[in-house]
Design a binder for this molecule. Structure first.
Ligand code: HAM
Length: 427
């Protein structure tokens, strides 16, 4: 059967809640990712690139089918072979899956940058495809590793100028102390069930922790007085949390204890933390979060291997940059070459200049000097380098600075030096 010809009537658009990132915003992404990559590799984390598409079980088992992210938001479908697959809604479960699949040895520290898909109601700061920068450290259960991970996120958020940043921390215990806490929480919530929001009124028996996570006013007012996990921690979890708090203090990271911080993914154990920026609306003010997940590798079929990490939302981090971080100067190329002949000089000179470390672009095809100058300006080039017949005959070019200054004629052999010193003088 021949396929239907495409309907060319309507211009096509990206899906709702899914965006292109265009220049100059993409330059801000580039710089955020570069800063993060440097910080993470300085701390011994190595880049991991893992697939966007996974067997849906990776997330069902890893994050939990009862979580909102998996139960209500995950893009899950059967592929052409009938395998249930899912677009990753977050990065951590795939990291644990990769650790198990490749029989890696702990300690294993990785960083990543990934797309994440969640079928949420799109609004400012909430998208159906967002991007996360994250680290995961598998192996040690040492609380100082929790502190290292929190320090890294804090360092990045501070370095990029996040406005009105705050950090909340909590501990949600482990398999030993959780049953006791859940029983106490159910006992508290049971008689108040009728006062909870419609989504959570029926969840008290199944997963009462989700009620603590709910940000609706009805649930928030009920949970304000709820029992605190930290009052039910076993001695080992309690000692772990004390050491985390001590480490944060030692590194001068201010953290607020938030007893309701359980986070929406079921894999968390012990430490949970979240960074928020009050520069954004409350519902979307979480710029990043993370915690410990000591049972996740086992859930993926691997040996008992504790882990801790964080994910920061790229879009939200950029939205939350304050005046100190919002440096919007667009940096264009050092030179834009305009060859008024057949283009051979621009072709050869571009290659030479780039090898000499000068960033340059050029006009292609037959265009007027005026049109090419307008393009040079729009691209934010520092100078236009014009190669006309007279210059060609003399072995020179004309350098016209685009941000103030006189046009000069420069010998070809001196061009890269002249452009480099023009660039350095504006830095
Ligand atoms: P998460 O809190 O679900 O954690 O997501 C991390 C961050 O991604 C959030 O704090 C937020 O900045 C951003 N984010 C989440 N959903 C959206 C959305 N729909 N639109 C825009 N930004 C969004 C995790 O995903 C865990 N994997 C973090 C982690 C790593 N825990 C341990 N290791």
């Amino acid at each position: 059967m021949t396929p239907e010809p495409p309907d060319r009537g309507e211009p096509l658009r990206a899906l709702r809640g899914i965006h292109d990132v265009l220049y100059p915003q993409s330059a801000r992404w580039e710089s955020l990712i570069a800063t993060f990559a440097q910080l993470a590799s300085q701390a011994g984390y190595r880049l991991l690139v893992s697939p966007l598409l996974e067997d849906a079980s990776v997330f069902r088992r890893g994050i939990g089918s009862g979580s909102q992210v998996v139960g209500k938001e995950m893009y899950e479908f059967s592929d052409r072979d009938g395998t249930m697959v899912a677009l990753r809604p977050e990065g951590t479960a795939s990291v644990a899956r990769a650790f198990v699949q490749h029989h890696l040895r702990a300690p294993w520290k990785v960083w990543y940058v990934t797309s994440a898909f969640r079928h949420e109601r799109p609004q400012a700061g909430r998208y159906r495809e967002h991007h996360q920068l994250g680290v995961e450290a598998l192996g040690p259960q040492d609380p100082d590793l929790d502190v290292e991970v929190i320090w890294l996120a804090h360092r990045l958020l501070t370095e990029v100028g996040t406005d009105r940043l705050s950090l909340s921390v909590n501990s949600i215990g482990d398999a030993r102390c959780r049953p006791g806490y859940l029983a106490s929480l159910r006992g508290y919530l049971g008689p108040l069930m009728g006062e909870l929001c419609k989504d959570h009124a029926g969840r008290v028996e199944v997963n009462p922790l989700r009620v603590l996570d709910c940000k609706r006013p009805e649930c928030m007012s009920v949970t304000a007085e709820a029992p605190r996990f930290t009052d039910h921690l076993c001695p080992e979890c309690s000692e772990h949390f004390e050491r985390v708090l001590e480490g944060l203090e030692a590194l001068s990271i201010q953290a607020r204890f938030e007893p309701r911080l359980v986070r929406g993914l079921d894999y968390y154990t012990r430490t949970t933390f979240e960074f928020a920026s009050s520069a954004m609306e409350a519902a979307q003010n979480g710029v990043g979060g993370g915690g410990r997940y000591d049972g996740l590798v086992e859930a993926m079929g691997g040996p008992p291997t504790p882990g801790v990490g964080f994910g920061l939302g790229v879009e939200r981090v950029l939205l939350a940059r304050g005046p100190s971080g919002a440096d919007d100067t667009v940096v264009g190329v050092d030179a834009y070459l305009i060859d008024l002949g057949d283009g051979s000089s621009a072709r050869d000179l571009c290659a030479k200049l780039r090898l000499a470390g000068i960033s340059c672009d050029r006009a292609f095809g037959e265009r007027s000097l005026k049109a090419s100058m307008r393009t040079a300006d729009r691209l934010g080039a520092m100078s236009a380098v014009i190669i006309g017949d007279q210059e060609r005959a003399r072995g020179t070019v004309s350098v016209r600075p685009l941000r103030g200054g006189e046009q000069t004629e420069v010998a070809l052999g001196e061009l890269s030096g002249v452009l480099a010193s023009m660039r350095d003088s504006t830095r």
